[in-house]
Design a protein around this ligand. Structure first.
Ligand SMILES: Nc1ncnc2c1ncn2[C@@H]1O[C@H](COP(=O)(O)OP(=O)(O)OP(=O)(O)O)[C@@H](O)[C@H]1O
Length: 467
């Protein structure tokens, strides 16, 4: 709100538009009676400063100048900074100059003065910030080593994502659009939603956090070679995807998973995670009662319950794809896992068994069409689960476990039995992993995808309710 003179003031409002976009609009109020103007200005000031809006006042902004097409700096100065200024948000801007700059900065930066962190870049940049923030939160909570048994402390600070990368799947899936102005508006109005966080271990050793997709086989092979073609920009994924489709490689392995206890919700149930999603806001579903009590101690009971329901799939796979969220992208407008939820504490595990390249291509084409069921093939298993483990089956299995990252690279180059994991667009060399999901760990300045407003709607602000 800006007071222009004693007889006028201007109010900036936000308005929902089509395709999940939001825009700011200017409304100027005039009155000959100066006391009326003053009264309005006072009342509005008071309303805007109410704590229940949870609006950020100070933000730490990381700009990745090399992400995507290299437009992040311009996107920030032209489309985001003006909105922050209008909303009275002050910022401290760090332009990253090397990989892991943001992650390392967060480890010991004074975060107490900030209400949020903003990532201007792609999914890689956002994941880097998640890694930095989690490392900081663990250090602040005196957790020295992260193991599968660690009770994870939740970071309180929210993260805002301004999409300026190649894929931007997290921004797309949490706001419904890759529009930078919309993302900036969600930040300044203080939207708040929490998403699940996956953690990937090799035995007891922590490897990486995971926020969107963890994939072995096809998507793993794509990411290994696409990094070498970064000069192609986002098109590098199309090129590698095409090459790997022609190669049609499959990998032998054993997948063990802990199914989601809620049998009502599954990857083909047709429900899409929307703003105010009832699945994500429901309390976690309790495990079934044990048939017999194996131990008198509580710890023994939990261990029994945890180990009880594991199920196994063994075979040759084109891909094993674990989706923490639906992962909307330009290839799949509803995402390759359209029914996955942001905050239900489960992942959608899509297991693609060995099949012909034509069949696999049919599956990929169906992902592009939201009206078709991309999982309706005999070679696809779609499972909603919590945790999973994967072990490759190779003659050099011992090496695959023990030889470290470099050894595994060497092993992979001499055998065609191993792929890598694609963890949010980063390569994880260890083929044997143990994966755990933690519910609603990361808070974002977002509200989830809203229902599309109709062509005739005037985008009424009252109807565009908050969560
Ligand atoms: N100045 C820099 N020079 C080199 N790399 C950087 C720099 N700043 C950040 N990075 C790294 O660049 C990587 C990719 O960035 P980002 O995710 O923004 O773009 P992208 O990979 O094109 O998009 P997406 O992840 O959505 O596909 C990140 O992992 C980040 O660590």
């Amino acid at each position: 709100m800006v007071s222009l003179n004693p007889t006028a003031f201007t109010l900036w409002v936000v308005k929902r538009c089509r395709k999940h976009r939001w825009r700011e609009r200017k409304v100027t109020f005039l009155s000959k009676d100066t006391s009326v103007i003053q009264q309005w200005v006072d009342i509005l000031h008071e309303a805007l400063s109410k704590p229940e809006f949870c609006r950020p006042r100070n933000l730490l902004v990381f700009v990745n100048p090399v992400g995507g097409k290299g437009h992040a700096t311009r996107i920030y100065s032209k489309r985001v900074a003006p909105i922050f200024e209008l909303a009275g948000v002050s910022t401290e801007v760090v332009t990253t100059n090397h990989q892991n700059h943001a992650r390392d900065t967060l480890r010991d930066y004074d975060l107490a003065k900030f209400d949020g962190i903003v990532s201007i870049g792609g999914d890689g940049m956002f994941t880097e910030i998640v890694h930095g923030l989690m490392a900081r939160t663990l250090a602040d909570s005196d957790v020295e080593q992260l193991t599968p048994e660690t009770v994870l402390p939740q970071p309180t600070i929210r993260i805002g994502i301004i999409p300026a990368g190649s894929t931007d799947t997290v921004a797309w899936t949490t706001c419904g659009t890759k529009d930078a102005t919309t993302a900036a508006i969600h930040i300044v109005i203080g939207d708040d939603t929490a998403i699940d966080l996956g953690i990937c271990f090799s035995g007891n050793r922590f490897i990486k956090y995971n926020v969107s997709m963890m994939a072995y086989g096809y998507y793993g092979d794509c990411i290994v070679d696409s990094e070498a073609n970064r000069w192609m920009g986002p098109k590098r994924y199309d090129w590698e995807g095409f090459k790997k489709l022609l190669a049609n490689k499959s990998y032998e392995g054993e997948l063990t998973y802990l199914p989601c206890p809620d049998k009502e919700n599954h990857p083909r149930d047709g429900t899409h995670c929307k703003a105010g999603c009832s699945v994500c806001s429901a309390a976690p579903v309790a495990e079934a009662e044990p048939d017999n009590n194996p131990s008198q101690s509580l710890q023994g009971w939990f261990a029994f319950m945890y180990n009880k329901g594991w199920q196994k799939v063994k075979g040759r796979f084109i891909g094993i794809n674990a989706f923490v969220m639906s992962c909307r992208c330009r290839f799949a407008p509803e995402g390759p896992a359209p029914c996955a939820h942001l905050g239900d504490g489960c992942i959608d595990l899509i297991v693609i068994h060995e099949c012909s390249r034509v069949d696999y291509m049919r599956h990929l084409f169906r992902c592009m069409d939201p009206k078709k069921d991309q999982f309706d093939f005999p070679f696809i298993q779609a499972i909603r689960c919590r945790d999973f483990k994967f072990r490759p089956i190779t003659d050099d299995l011992e090496d695959a476990h023990d030889s470290g990252v470099e050894g595994q690279q060497r092993l992979r180059s001499r055998t065609s039995c191993l792929s890598v994991w694609n963890c949010d667009g980063e390569v994880v060399e260890e083929p044997s992993i143990d994966y755990r999901i933690h519910r609603k760990m990361i808070r974002l300045f977002a509200r989830g995808v809203e229902d599309e407003i109709s062509e005739t709607s005037n985008g009424c602000l009252n109807c565009a309710g908050r969560n």
